[in-house]
Design a protein around this ligand. Structure first.
Ligand code: GLY
Length: 304
């Protein structure tokens, strides 16, 4: 399963844009299918699919990352292996084309789970990962989006119109989860965060248990939405716990998790979930979520 963000998604009302999103997801799912057919693991598959999502400027991750309050890109990413609960995460990093690949290196080449900011960049240098110039990330569209958000933020403060603001927000994030034929689960989530976020703000995406989780005994989860809501509800681990403690399948656990998110914090966003038996499910509290799946090796489905 993959997702490309949740929210009002008013920017995809246009049919041509909508088709571009869906075709991108379809191509990435097919790529994931090929990796698995060639014997790739769930972990390799989610890393490859998340990297492709980071490479597509349509999505808010990697080259398409949104800008923070200072007009800079600060990205977060995490990857988790359900075989042994090993995980790697990076937060508030800049100038890295594929943050998910750096997260994977944290998993495999360091003794830590998360590295942030300058320390993460130093680790990237140590691993020989090249620095990508700022121009790669700064698109005209993202600069304009930041200006709009900053204008609306002022209006929101003047009128305290939080509802209007929330509908306008773009909760973009990308995610990929997979189960391989050996029954191994893996999850990857990567994001530029939220438009106009404070410098140094870290969302749910790199937090194990919030924006990402995988455990072979339960399920794999990737979240997209307003990170603070997911961090406070530890939503990915909560969904895994529903599977573990109540023996729910993907559909039941997703519904229970989304109900909990909505009831406890009126959380805004969505999740994709694959359970230990390979069943796929998704749930959301926003109007839409761009996502797609291949269930039990069957047909490829993509939708909002
Ligand atoms: N879910 C992405 C973020 O809040 O940063």
């Amino acid at each position: 399963m993959v997702h490309g963000g949740a929210g009002a998604l008013d920017n995809v009302q246009n049919q041509a844009t909508a088709i571009r999103y869906l075709e991108s997801l379809r191509g990435i799912l097919e790529h994931g299918r090929k990796i698995m057919e060639l014997g790739g693991s769930a972990l390799q598959t989610v890393e490859a699919c998340a990297s492709l999502l980071e490479d597509d400027p349509l999505f808010n991750a990697g080259c398409g990352s949104v800008l923070n309050e200072n007009g800079r890109v600060e990205m977060d990413a995490a990857i988790m292996d359900g075989r042994d609960l090993s995980a790697g995460a990076v937060a508030a990093i800049e100038n890295i084309a594929n943050p998910i690949q750096l997260a994977r290196l944290v998993l495999s080449e360091s003794e830590h789970v998360m590295l942030i900011g300058d320390g993460a960049m130093k680790f990237a240098d140590h691993c020989g990962m090249p620095r990508t110039p700022v121009s790669y990330f700064l698109t005209e569209e993202r600069v304009e989006q930041l200006k709009q958000a900053q204008r609306k933020h002022k209006m929101m403060l003047d009128h305290d119109d939080t509802e209007a603001d929330s509908e306008d927000q773009k909760y973009g994030t990308i995610g990929a989860i997979a189960r391989d034929p050996e029954g191994n689960l893996a999850a990857a989530t990567s994001t530029g965060g939220i438009v106009n976020k404070r410098m140094g703000r870290v969302g749910d995406s790199p937090i194990v248990g919030s924006g990402v989780y995988a455990d072979n005994e339960t399920c794999a989860v990737s979240a997209t939405g307003y990170g603070e809501d997911f961090m406070r509800t530890v939503i990915a681990k909560t969904i895994s716990d529903f599977v573990y403690m109540k023996d729910l399948d993907a559909t039941q656990a997703t519904k229970a998790g989304i109900d909990y998110l909505a009831r406890k914090v009126r959380g805004r966003g969505g999740v994709i979930v694959i359970d230990k038996d390979g069943n796929c499910s998704s749930g959301l509290t926003t109007k839409k979520m761009i996502h797609g799946w291949i269930e039990h090796g069957g047909q490829t489905t993509v939708r909002f």
